[in-house]
Design a binder for this molecule. Structure first.
Ligand SMILES: [Zn+2]
Length: 672
C-alpha cells in the first residue's frame, strides 16, 4: 500500500502528422465527444515534477492528448499562445472540510481542480459528489465521508451527531459503511494533545484495526495526529500518511526518518497555524491585484481580520517540523484545512505553497506537493501531472511559479476536464438588484423595498434552496432571487394556479410564465410550482427548503381565510432549521386587528402568532422596511400608496412623498 509512484510521464516527440490524420478520419467521433480540442502552445510546462520549456500541450476529449516540443503546431485546432506563461497541472488540496457546492466553485476559481475532503457534514457527501461528477465549473470532490474517531473524540465536539468507533471490534463495520457510502479513502483521528485535557482518543488497537479494514478494501488511510506519540502509533498501525504535522514540538529527526523509511506522506497544513500568527503575511494576499478581482468581501475579511485565537508570534516551530521532514526525504503534500480561522477554499492553497517554500522546499517541490505528490499519496492515477492520457485539469499562469512561488496567484486561465472555467465572481445581490435585466420601474422600487438588506437580514446564500411564495405576475423579487441562485442554488417560484377558477390568478400565472420564458439567461433554472391555499401547497419537496420567502401576502390569505393553511404549507416545505422570511404591511399595534385585513395592514404580533401556531419559532425582526411617514390610515387602505396609487391623480404627490407602506420584516425558524 505504500508504494511511491515515480512513473515518468510519457512525452511524445513525434511530428504532428499522425494525430492530424487521426483527426481527419475521426471527425464525427470528435464532434460527438464535444469539440475537436485545442492546443496550449509555447508554454513552460511544469508537468508535476519537471519543467519543460517551449512545449505544446494538446487537449482533446477532456484529456491531455499530446505533449510535444515540435516546431510545427497542429492545424485545425484552436491555438492558445502561452509564450512566457507556465502551464501547471490542476492543484489538489488534500485537506479540506467542504460544506457547499459554492466552496467547490471557489476552489476552482483559484486553480484547485480537485478537493480531497477530510470529513464533510452528514448528508453533504452525495450532494457534493454529484455536483463534482456532473459539472465542470466546480472542483472535483473526493472524501473520507466520515472520519473515524472514538465516542467523545475529536470531530464529535461540533454541533452535529456523527458515527464513532468504539473499539477494534467496530472498525470493520465502520469502514464497510464508508465504502458503501462511496468514500474514497479513510481518515482516522488520534488527538493526543486534546487527550491531555481529558478528551478520549483512539487506542493503538483500534487504529490498527481501522487501517487493516481500510487496506483490505483498497482505501488509503490518512491520520489526524497531534503529538509525536500519535505519529508513532499510526506508523506502527501501517497508515499511509498524516493529515497534519504534530503540534507539540518542532523538528523530530528520528520520527521524520521513520516516516521516510515507511514511505509515508505528510500533509503539512501550515495554513492552520498560520491562521493563528499575529500579523501573518497572509493578509497581504488580499491586496495582490492578481487576486483581488476574485475575492468577495467575506474572503477579504477572512484573510485580513485578526481573531481572538491569534496567539502565535511566528510559525518557526511548524516550519522547522516541515523542514525536518523534507530533509529526511518524506513526501510532502499540500493541504489547507478550511474552514479553520483564516483558511479558505482555493486562495489558501497559494498561501500554503508560499509557506512550503519558507519551510525549505524549492518552488518546484512545493508545486509537486500540490500536484504529483498529492495524486501519488492518494493513488489518483488520472491527475496531478501533465502527461498523455490524464485529465485535462490545467492552470495557466502568467508568470513562472517554478522560480517565484507567489506567481502561482497570477492565474490566466483554468480548465477542468478540458473545459475552461469562467473565473469571474458570481454577481452580488447588490449588482443583481441594479442589473440590466430589470426594468427601470423595478429598480426604482429598491429604495422602498430594500431587497439587499432584507435578503441579507433573512440570511440568504447563493447555494440555498429557496421558495418564493406568490411572485405575482411581475416577479419583482424573482428578478433578484433567480439570477442569484441559478448557478449553485435552487429557486422554486410558488406561483398562482394556472387552472384557477379565479381569473386574476390565471392571468397572473400566465404573465409570470411569459416573463420567465422571455429571459432564459436569468430564469431558465427556476422551478415553478403552485401555491393556492388551502388546497395546493406542494411548493417544494417536503423538508427540502433552506428558506421560504413571502412578500406582502399575509393580508391576502387573511382576506381569503386561508392564512393558517398558508403558514402550514410553508412550514412543510422547509427543512429542520430552515428559515421563513416574512415582509408584510404593518398595522397600528394599538388598533384591533381586522381578521380579514381589508385595509391591507396586519399587526406584527398577529403575524407572529400565525407563524408560531404553525410551529415556527420567532427569531428576530428588523426595521429595514419601516416607514415612519406612513400613517397606515388611507381612504383605499395600503393601495392608496405607491406603487398602486388607487386614487390615481388625487393627492398623488402627497402619497408619493410618503412612499411605499410601513412594513415589518420578520424571521422565523422551523425547529429541529
Ligand atoms: Zn481538518
Amino acid at each position: 500500500m505504500n508504494t511511491r509512484h515515480s512513473k515518468i510521464p510519457h512525452i511524445t516527440r513525434t511530428t504532428w502528422l499522425l494525430p492530424l490524420l487521426l483527426i481527419a478520419s475521426c471527425a464525427s467521433v470528435e464532434q460527438s465527444n464535444g469539440g475537436s480540442g485545442f492546443v496550449i502552445a509555447n508554454a513552460r510546462v511544469f508537468d508535476g515534477t519537471r519543467t519543460l520549456d517551449g512545449y505544446h500541450v494538446v487537449i482533446r476529449d477532456r484529456l491531455i492528448a499530446e505533449i510535444s516540443d515540435s516546431s510545427e503546431l497542429p492545424g485545425g485546432l484552436e491555438i492558445i499562445d502561452a509564450s512566457g506563461m507556465t502551464l501547471l497541472p490542476g492543484l489538489i488540496d488534500t485537506h479540506t472540510h467542504t460544506s457547499s457546492v459554492s466552496q467547490l466553485q471557489t476552489a476552482l476559481r483559484f486553480g484547485v481542480t480537485t478537493i480531497l475532503d477530510q470529513m464533510t457534514w452528514p448528508g453533504y457527501f452525495p450532494v457534493l459528489k454529484t455536483a463534482a461528477e456532473t459539472r465542470d465549473d466546480v472542483a472535483d470532490f473526493l472524501s473520507t465521508d466520515m472520519l473515524a474517531t472514538p465516542p467523545g473524540g475529536h470531530g464529535t465536539e461540533y454541533d452535529i451527531v456523527i458515527p464513532t468507533v468504539d473499539g477494534p471490534q467496530q472498525a470493520d463495520a465502520f469502514v464497510a459503511e464508508r465504502v458503501a457510502n462511496g468514500a474514497d479513502y479513510q481518515k482516522i483521528v488520534l488527538n493526543g494533545l486534546r487527550a491531555m485535557n481529558g478528551m478520549p482518543t483512539m487506542s493503538a488497537a483500534t487504529t490498527r484495526a481501522l487501517v487493516e479494514a481500510a487496506h483490505k478494501r483498497n482505501l488509503k488511510v490518512v491520520a489526524h495526529i497531534e503529538t509525536p506519540d500519535d505519529v508513532r502509533t499510526v506508523i506502527e498501525a501501517g497508515a499511509d500518511g498524516l493529515a497534519h504535522i504534530w503540534r507539540t514540538s518542532g523538528a523530530e529527526p528520528e520520527l521524520s526518518r521513520l516516516l521516510a523509511q515507511k514511505g509515508m506522506f505528510v500533509t503539512a497544513t501550515l495554513s492552520v497555524p498560520d491562521g493563528f500568527v499575529i500579523g501573518s503575511a497572509r493578509a497581504l494576499i488580499a491586496k495582490d491585484p492578481a487576486v483581488t478581482p476574485y475575492l468577495d468581501d467575506e474572503m477579504i475579511a477572512n484573510l485580513t481580520a485578526s481573531n481572538e485565537n491569534q496567539n502565535l508570534e511566528n510559525l518557526d516551530q511548524y516550519l522547522d517540523a516541515v523542514r525536518g521532514l523534507h530533509e529526511a526525504g518524506v513526501m510532502l503534500v499540500a493541504g489547507t484545512d478550511p474552514p479553520n480561522a483564516g483558511v479558505m477554499h482555493g486562495i489558501s492553497m497559494h498561501r500554503e505553497l508560499e509557506l512550503l517554500v519558507q519551510a525549505g522546499l524549492s518552488p518546484s517541490q512545493a508545486l509537486s506537493a500540490a500536484t504529483a505528490n498529492a495524486a501519488d499519496a492518494f493513488a489518483l492515477a488520472d491527475r496531478g501531472r501533465i502527461a498523455v492520457g490524464l485529465l485535462a485539469d490545467l492552470v495557466l499562469i502568467d508568470g513562472d511559479p517554478t522560480h517565484d512561488i507567489s506567481d502561482s496567484r497570477r492565474i490566466a486561465r483554468i480548465w477542468r476536464n478540458g473545459v475552461e472555467f469562467d473565473r469571474s465572481l458570481p454577481a452580488s445581490l447588490a449588482a443583481i438588484a441594479d442589473g440590466d435585466h430589470r426594468s427601470e420601474a423595478s429598480r426604482a422600487r429598491n429604495q422602498y423595498r430594500h431587497p439587499l438588506e432584507t435578503l441579507e437580514f433573512i440570511g440568504i446564500e447563493s447555494d440555498m434552496t429557496v421558495v418564493e411564495i406568490s411572485p405575482g405576475g411581475g416577479g419583482w423579487y424573482t428578478e433578484i432571487l433567480a439570477p442569484y441562485l441559478k448557478d449553485n442554488g435552487k429557486l422554486y417560484a410558488a406561483s398562482y394556479d394556472p387552472d384557477s377558477e379565479i381569473m386574476y390568478f390565471r392571468s397572473n400565472a400566465e404573465k409570470f410564465d411569459d416573463k420567465l420564458a422571455a429571459d432564459p439567461n436569468s430564469y431558465s433554472k427556476i422551478e415553478v410550482t403552485i401555491f393556492d391555499p388551502p388546497l395546493l401547497l406542494d411548493i417544494a419537496p417536503p423538508g427540502s427548503a433552506d428558506l421560504v420567502l413571502t412578500f406582502r401576502n399575509v393580508h391576502n390569505w387573511m382576506r381569503e381565510g386561508v392564512a393558517r393553511e398558508a403558514f402550514s404549507g410553508m412550514y412543510s416545505a422547509l427543512k429542520s432549521g430552515g428559515i421563513l422570511g416574512v415582509v408584510e404591511h404593518r398595522a397600528d399595534p394599538e388598533k384591533e386587528q381586522d381578521p380579514e385585513a381589508v385595509s391591507g395592514y396586519v399587526r406584527q404580533d398577529y403575524v407572529i402568532e400565525l407563524a408560531e401556531s404553525a410551529g415556527f419559532e420567532f427569531v428576530e425582526s428588523s426595521e429595514i422596511n419601516a416607514n415612519a411617514k406612513d400613517s397606515r390610515n388611507h381612504p383605499q387602505g395600503v393601495w392608496t400608496l405607491p406603487p398602486t396609487f388607487r386614487l390615481k391623480e388625487i393627492d398623488r404627490e402627497k402619497y408619493l412623498a410618503i412612499g411605499e407602506s410601513d412594513r415589518m420584516t420578520l424571521k422565523f425558524r422551523k425547529p429541529d
